[in-house]
Design a protein. Structure first.
Lengths: 428, 295
């Protein structure tokens, strides 16, 4: 008699619980693969970025699928073309959210379009691992937002710290007039004030002008010891050529961001001012990660193994944002295993548990190792390519910074490392 | 003062390239009354043809002439294959603008299909730096300025001293009347499209030399300043376009020397708006040309 009563009660409770866990966006897992939407430009002038940002996704998904997938599902990368333009990004991302089955994770959402794409993805209750550097996401309350790359102001502060460490006390600052590059400026100004570095010209230039000679002339007249500069390849080449024209070929040391480590940038600048300048006077500042860890080896091997990413392996292995996507996908995949659900509304609350150090936890450096440990009933801490990750309450993580030098058209080696704590102090 | 003089020099160098493109644009508009937005894509084609010819070992200035002529031929094909048939079918000017925008996009992606989306460069062809009158210019800039001046003078002589020039001006002024006077207006139109395309192709190559690197969007980026230069000078007025290009170049350069360079285009276009408010026909424009644009 009691048994007969219990069964319907349990049934009702299960239905109620089921209703509670369902989501307005219908994120409950359906048959077929789990899709990672790679939100990036795949067409237009910035299409190269889509290719670069997809590669770590392919590396991560290849390894996850080799390890048996997630909860019986394969996982795959699905391009979502934001064209690099917010006007196109909104309809394209909206369409992707509405039409892609098992769209349980988004990666990319780069700076140019992040102001529109991040809210859309968050509203759809889809977890995201973003590479955007917008400082207004430093203290975001978006629940599904996760970022493993530093905001642009931190990168700006790291640029000044590097200049200071090199002994440059008078520097000029020239950025292209866009949100990605000018996002560095607040950090540069704060760090310069704290370190006693004098900022000479501190200006922005429009992209793709036919001449930057007037700006170059102003910079030249102030005799900077170094120049902090970031712009698209074409504008960089034109500016440096104009500068060189005024100084009989002499160029100051240039500190720029690691986003300049692209074939396009190298091609444009080397043709304009020569490879000697690139190899000996350009320092690329960005997030640091060790290239000697097992996690890095696994990551690089996966890049090399896939024909789609093979040619990009060395470039990607030098740059932080792609590594953050690779690590981010592993963290999210392990969170799905922990939660026993690929539904972002469920697994989102497990993300921190994947990376947080805890007593008795097994440190894992890959999805496969994490899956094995979880299957054995153990606690885990994922320490990937970026090293140990600690998200703050705003789901942001910024590790150490490095300055690197070009070693080839798309490769670099670290020349100096700056602890994240040092950079945080400059911004405090 | 030194900075001002230098900025004017930089502006003249940049403006010479704009003038070259603007003259071609306005010449074709003046004759055919079609606002050809595909002009930007044709300019990109010119830049890529220059790259191709450099690869064959040709001298850059020879490549500039040959590239210009090749783009001239493309321009005629565009007119004969697309624009003229649509005009015959009675398409209105606004429709033709949309068609030319579409053609421009298609042409840009033809470039991508053939040459790829990556940034390209001719390499550093600037040559030695020359200092005179307080200006600092490269040899390439001086040569491009010289070519621009030569072409302008040549165009002036063609328009004012030859039978062909008179026929072109007559066609521009009143196509129907010109035809009734025995002028082969469709042939004149072809010649105008060819000359316009040649200027366009040469401007594309000159631009690629000046800015050192470029991709398939080169022409689209510089199309608006060129149209602005043409409008400033007076629609359909080659001399006006030449002066308009120099004004846009110099104002942009001087403003970026004394104000936030990010706003150099804002200053240039702001001044254009003010000048057009004062003189709606542009510096050298006639009322009929303005009416054409607005028709």
């Amino acid at each position: 008699m009691r048994k007969a009563l219990v069964i319907p009660v349990v049934g009702v409770m299960a239905v109620v619980a089921g209703c509670g866990s369902s989501t307005p966006s219908g994120n409950a897992i359906k048959p077929g693969p789990i899709n990672i939407g790679v939100v990036a430009p795949f067409s237009g002038p910035a299409a190269e970025f889509g290719t670069l940002i997809s590669a770590p996704c392919y590396a991560a998904t290849d390894l996850i699928n080799q390890a048996g997938g997630i909860l019986g599902h394969k996982i795959q990368c699905t391009p979502v073309d934001d064209t690099g333009d917010p006007a196109d990004a909104v309809p394209n991302v909206t369409r992707a959210i509405a039409t892609i089955s098992n769209f349980d994770l988004a990666v990319g959402l780069e700076t140019n379009t992040a102001a529109t794409t991040v809210p859309l993805v968050n509203k759809a209750q889809i977890n995201m691992v973003t590479t955007n550097g917008l400082t207004n996401y430093d203290t975001t309350t978006y629940k599904y937002f996760w970022r493993l790359t530093p905001a642009d102001d931190a990168n700006g502060a790291a640029m000044v710290q590097f200049a200071y460490n090199k002994g440059y006390k008078k520097i000029a600052v020239v950025f292209e007039n866009n949100s990605t590059d000018t996002g560095n400026t607040p950090g540069i100004e704060k760090a310069a004030a704290k370190l006693g570095v004098k900022l000479l010209t501190n200006t922005t230039i429009p992209a793709d002008a036919s001449s930057y000679s007037s700006v170059a002339s102003t910079v030249v007249s102030e005799h900077p010891q170094a120049i902090i500069f970031d712009a698209d390849p074409q504008s960089t080449a034109t500016f440096l050529s104009n500068y060189s024209q005024l100084t009989n070929g002499k160029l100051p040391p240039m500190i720029t961001a690691t986003d300049s480590l692209t074939p396009d940038w190298y091609q444009a600048v080397s043709k304009a001012v020569g490879t000697n300048f690139i190899f000996n006077q350009v320092d690329l500042v960005g997030s640091y990660f060790s290239t000697t860890t097992p996690a890095f080896y696994t990551y690089r091997s996966a890049l090399l193994a896939n024909p789609k990413t093979h040619a990009l392996a060395d470039t990607l292995a030098s740059v932080g944002p792609p590594a953050s996507i690779y690590d981010g996908i592993n963290v999210m995949a392990l969170a799905m295993l922990m939660a026993k659900s690929a539904d972002p509304t469920v697994y989102n609350s497990y993300v921190n548990q994947v990376v947080t150090p805890k007593s008795g936890a097994v440190v894992v450096d890959s999805y496969a190792a994490g899956k094995k440990a979880l299957a054995a009933g153990k606690k885990i801490q994922y320490v990937g390519v970026l090293g140990a990750v600690t998200f703050n309450k705003y789901h942001n993580f910024a590790g150490a910074f490095a300055a690197a030098r070009f070693t080839g058209s798309t490769t670099s080696r670290n020349a100096a490392i700056m602890p994240g704590s040092e950079i945080s102090k400059l911004l405090g | 003062m030194h900075l001002l003089v230098q900025s004017i020099g930089f502006g003249v160098a940049a403006g010479a390239v704009l003038s070259l493109g603007a003259v071609g644009f306005t010449l074709q508009f003046g004759i055919s009354n079609v606002l050809n937005i595909a002009y930007g894509a044709l300019m990109s084609i010119g830049a890529f043809l220059g790259l191709f010819m450099l690869g064959l070992g040709l001298n850059i200035w020879v490549a500039m002439v040959l590239g210009g002529l090749a783009v001239g031929a493309c321009s005629v094909l565009l007119n004969r294959g697309l624009i003229t048939p649509l005009v015959r079918k009675g398409m209105q000017p606004f429709g033709l603008v949309i068609v030319s925008v579409s053609a421009g996009i298609v042409l840009e992606y033809v470039i991508v299909a053939v040459a790829g989306p990556a940034t390209q460069s001719y390499g550093n062809l600037s040559g030695a730096t020359l200092n005179f009158l307080g200006w600092t210019l490269t040899t390439a800039q001086v040569v491009i300025f010289g070519i621009a001046v030569l072409l302008m003078v040549g165009l002036h002589l063609l328009l004012t001293r030859t039978q062909l020039g008179r026929a072109m001006r007559a066609t521009s002024s009143n196509r129907t009347l010109a035809r009734s006077c025995g002028i082969a207006t469709s042939r004149i139109s072809d010649i105008a499209w060819f000359m316009s395309g040649t200027f366009c192709g040469m401007a594309g190559i000159a631009l690629a030399i000046t800015i050192e690197s470029f991709d398939f969007t080169l022409g689209s980026i510089f199309l608006i300043p060129m149209i602005a230069a043409a409008v400033l000078g007076g629609v359909g007025q080659p001399y006006g376009a030449m002066i308009g290009g120099l004004v846009v170049g110099v104002v942009s350069s001087v403003s970026s020397a004394y104000w936030d360079p990010a706003y150099q285009s804002v200053v240039a276009f702001g001044i254009i708006i003010v000048m057009l408010l004062v003189r709606p026909r542009g510096l050298f424009g006639s009322s009929s040309a303005t009416r054409k644009l607005l028709a």
